[in-house]
Structure formats: C-alpha cells, structure tokens
Design a binder for this molecule. Sequence first.
Ligand code: TPP
Length: 581
Amino acid sequence: DIANVPTNKAVTIQNSTIPFNSPDSTLGRHLARRLVQIGVTDVFSVPGDFNLTLLDHLIAEPELNLIGCCNELNAGYAADGYARARGIGACVVTFTVGGLSIVNAIAGAYSENLPLICIVGGPNSNDYGTNRILHHTIGLHDFSQELRCFQTVTCYQAVLNNLDDAHELIDTAISTSLKESKPVYISVGCNLPGIPHPTFSREPVPFSLSPRLSNMMGLEAAVEAAAEFLNKAVKPVLVGGQNMRVAKACDAFVELADSCGYAVAVMPAAKGLVPEHHPHFLGTYWGAVSTTFCAEIVESADAYLFAGPIFNDYSSVGYSLLLKKEKAIIVQPDRVTIGNGPAFGCVLMRDFLSALAKRLKHNPTSYENYHRIYVPDGLPLKCEPKEALRVNVLFQHIQNMLTGESAVIAETGDSWFNCQKLKLPQGCGYEFQMQYGSIGWSVGATLGYAQAAPEKRVIACIGDGSFQVTAQDISTMLRCGQRTIIFLINNGGYTIEVEIHDGPYNVIKNWNYTGLVDAIHNGEGKCWTTKVYCEEELVEAIETANGAKKDCLCFIEVIVHKDDTSKELLEWGSRVSAANS
Ligand code: TPP
C-alpha cells in the first residue's frame, strides 16, 4: 500500500550476481529483474515490432507475468490501478503508435501521483542521426515526437540507445519515479534488449533511495505555531486530503486524530485514505454536497487543519466552499501554512502530523456537537413489487456487500457521488480518478487493481458512457481469471454532463452490454452476466455473484431511468455549471 510506505527509510534492493555473457546478463533481463526487485510482478503490455525482443526478455524472467491488453490506453490504466494497490506499476508499449496511445493514461497517473514505469520499445539505436524515416511515426526524420509528448506527463525520461549508461539510466528512472511518486518514461532501442553488458552482471550493489528528511528547526517551529493556533480553538476539526497518499502520511493523520479527539472529515478525492470506522469520523467534506452535517461542522469550526488538500473547481463545488484562510492550517507534503501567517517549508507532512499529535490538547468538542445534532440519513423509499430499480436502492444493496475484503472502484460520472456516500468497512479499498476524471479509466484500473490485490474482490461501478470507451479489456480480466463484480449502470447517457449542461450530445446509443460481455467471453474463462430491472432481480444477482458465481467475473447490467441521479450530482452540477460560465 503506497499510502503508508515511509520514504524516510532507505529502500535497498539487491542486485543479483550473474556472470557476464550469460543470457541473463542482457539489458532485457536486467530490466525485468529490476522491475521484480521493486515489487512489480505483472507488466501490462501491447506488443509491436519495436518491443518484441524486449518482451521475450521480460517473459524469460520467471517472477514476471506479462499481461497482454487490448489497447495501450487500457494497459496504462491497468498500470495505474496496479500502482494504487502495489505501490508501483509498469507497462510496455511500442514506438509512437503505442506511445501516443498511452499518453492519456500516463497523464492521469501523473495527476494522481502514482509511480509508474512506462517502457516503450524504441528505434534501433543505429538509426539515430541517419536521416531514415521509420514506420509508426508521422513520417519525419526526427524520432523525438514521442519523447516530447512524454516530457509533459512524466517526471523523468530515459532514452536507452547504448548499453554503457543503460544501467544508470534505468536506476535513475526507477528511483525518480519512486521518490517523486510520478510516472517515468524509458525508451529501449529495439536492437538492445538481447545484448549482454558487464554492468548487468556485476557483484551485488544496493539500489537505494536516499531518505527525505524534514528540516528539524523548521519542523519544530511549525509544530509550535500550529499547536498554539489549535490549542486556543474551541471546536477545531481535521480534514484529510488526497495529498496524504503521496506524502505517505495516512498513519500519522490517524495518530493525530486519535490523540487530539477532534472531529475528522475527508475530502472527496481522499476517500479511502481516512479510516471511516474512526470513532470521530464525520464523513466527506465537499461543500454543498458533503455527507449529512459534515459541512456544517467543518465550516462552523473556529480552526481546521487540512492535510494534503487540493481545492480545484470540482472539489470546491465550483469555488463555493465556505472556508476562511485565517482559520486554516494547510499541510502539504513538504510545507505547512498557518492561517494568513507564515509558511514553513522543508517540513514533511508525516513528521509534522506525528509531532503535532504529541502537542495538542484533547478537544472532542466538534465531534460531540456533531453527535448531538446528527440525524441519520433516511432509507430510500421501499420499492413496490417489480418496480423499476432506483439508483438509491442499488447503492443500498452495494453498501451491504462491502467488507474488509472488498475494494470499490468508482468511475467518473454519478458513480462519484453515489460511491462517495458508501460507508467503507475497515480494510475496504476505494479508488477513483477525481483530479483527471478521464472516462473509461475504471475498466483498466479495475484490471490492474484486481491483479495487484488478488485477495480483494473488486466492486466496480461504471456508467454506460464510460464503459463504451474501454470495454474491451473485460477480455483481459477473463484471461487473468479475475472475479471482479462490475455494476454497469445503464442510464442511457452522459448523466453527469446532463446536470452540468445538457444537449443532444449527452444521449448515447444503447448497447446490449451483457450481450457484448458474453461475446467477449466466448466460452473462455469464468464469466457470468445478467441484466436487472428491479430490486428483486438485483437481490438475486448479488446473491448469485457472492454465491454460485463467486469465482467468476460477474457483470451485472443495471437498467435505471435516465433522470435518476443522486441529489448531490444535481447540486454539484449546477454549481460547476455556474463556475464554467
Ligand atoms: N472524455 C473523457 C476521456 N473524459 C471525460 N471526462 C469526458 C470526455 C467528459 N465526460 C465527463 S463525464 C462524461 C463525459 C463524457 C459522461 C459519463 O457518462 P457515464 O459513464 O454514462 O456516467 P453517468 O454520468 O451517466 O453516471
């Protein structure tokens, strides 16, 4: 789990001792071993003539499993989902046609701070500078187009076109990805993977990440100022944000929450990073679309500490949050800002929260107030027999499915809002892509997450519009024997867009989604599909998915009315629309 792997400890990865000139001392085998050493045991790929030799060397590594995807976009999304569960992910594609196809997924991983190694089989190293025109390019003599595209969506690029510095470039790429928690690009000349080199067979040399440390004087000053600020507040609260993940500060946040007793809320994009069974947990703070009574408690507090927030147009509900800077302590991965006052740089969030935990007075006032005023949400209206299924009824049943062995993947769309309201039991995973919000992400991400965390049963909630973008890789889930449960929510269109700004472009062609998945299944692998129209059918489908078909990929197409949305989407859509106009 990358949320809590401390980076202040040196990470040491041993090299293997392999005699020079052994088939194992090639660039390809070396790269394969390095991937395994950093925790990657599955690589998502699409072959092409520029990467075929490299793939031969990757599959020769016994501990590495190569997973062929239907397209590069999904391979990238799968590496993203894998990185969320495993701490790092990897994918391999071919020059330019593959590279440019995966760029959108890599950009998404960048926006979500995911370490990911994107490897591209590149031109023959002898072709550089020859003025040749290569296939799979736009027909110019310059081969750098792909590299230039990746420069904007990765934090480091290594172009391997000779062996002497390949070892160093690979290690720099991997360590930069891990340190910065961002994707990196490695291009491997297509003629190089099978060539041995002494650097790939040398004596064990530790591969280590130098630890990141806080400036101790800055840390002490920040903690002292923050303690003074919060200890004089009457009803302070804590709010967790998504940058807690990249700061690896989730445990420190809980330590702080335990010690100070403040009410604890989570920002929408950080759902899953704060334990919802915590005794002082309020719910999601999302301005006007917060969970019940959460906004009232947060916004009326006289001091709030936000750990790792990102206040973008979506998370701020069209810039409508009722927060005041002078009441806020904002803690970012390496910086703390207190009210309108000073900012303290070179202070790591994890160190800061942990030190602050020892300095705050216990003050449960905000949670006690919440507890006094809280009225539980009502249950959805009971369905009449065989009544058309409503979305709130669907999510009531999904809620009941969740256990510590589940992980929820929520696609962009109304699933964001419906899944946000789920109460996650201890240990239940939760992932979505809120900053980038690229529809179709969830299909690949579900594939990758399920592969990285086979002990979890993934429950994916995917709208029909999003599914139409990336549906093919259901095929790869079946090949991998995954037992995910997919709820395909068929409401006939791009409903989230309808609520922001409607037009005929928001209506999509209705597909026979179960028919499509049956066709992909084609008798190979374990797959079960069904369509449900009413609560009775839903209940039966869930029973089957958890019972007789518990070892299968279960695809449940849920037919709902096109105007059946969460109330949060209605509110949020109108505010985002106002911010856009
Ligand atoms: N293209 C990409 C790649 N990403 C996007 N976010 C969009 C377009 C704009 N967009 C955002 S949500 C959405 C679109 C087109 C519709 C999602 O529809 P669906 O998956 O059916 O979910 P629903 O809104 O119906 O719940």
